[in-house]
Design a protein around this ligand. Sequence first.
Ligand code: IPE
Ligand code: IPE
Ligand code: MG
Length: 242
Amino acid sequence: MFFSKKKAARSADRVLPVHIGIIMDGNGRWAQKRGLPRMAGHRAGAQNFRVITRYCNKIGIKYLTVYAFSTENWSRPKEEVDALMKLFGEYLEEALRDFRDENIRTRFIGDVSAFSDELRALIEETEELSSDKTGLVLNIAMNYGGRAELVSAVKKMAEDKLSPSEISEETVSQYLYTAGQADPDLIIRPSGEYRTSNFLLWQSAYSEYVFMDNILWPDFTTDDLERAIDIYSQRNRRFGGV
Ligand code: IPE
Ligand code: IPE
Ligand code: MG
């Protein structure tokens, strides 16, 4: 398929992506395989997210965008959505403590106005406390959808009364949640699904996708990340040229 378990040779001239996106998929199936409730998978996934984030910072990745909750995920059973909101709150409280000493700047992309006051306060505090960090920029995509992001950008342009002649690709980029950031070079999706599920639609125009079979997000290791980077490194990016 697109990915093999075989360790790719790590060449000295490998290219490190500036921006990595990860669709953290497969938590439910991970739990199901173990006869556990789906939430056990989400908890394991959240733990793994911390490991992978720290590792990205350590190896010098500049931007990491993780897909944590999509605009479509509200359609899940209420119990799962409620439990996920609670988990996000717990996670943020922990992250506020743990990431304090790490050089990671955390930002949230998506429509956070849909969350509870409590969760929104935590989101704000997390962003504020890490705003002066100079290492990895971590974008957590929560209540994020690529289409919703484009709709919100178009609305903001209309509010700002931009004339058609003022609107270029650069303008659109500046109205997105990721304004000012490099587009993702590499997008990784474990769990064996080969789709974007509405992740970074505009920004991924020239991203390299690595879809990984046989790995569910809670089992995704730093070695798997290294393998994805090796695969990326061997790709020939042409951007429409020759
Ligand atoms: C991804 O894991 C986490 C979220 C979407 C919140 P899933 O919950 O989609 O896990 P699977 O795909 O059902 O295994
Ligand atoms: C994508 O996973 C969203 C996140 C990982 C947060 P989903 O599990 O929601 O995607 P589909 O439903 O399989 O496309
Ligand atoms: Mg899924």
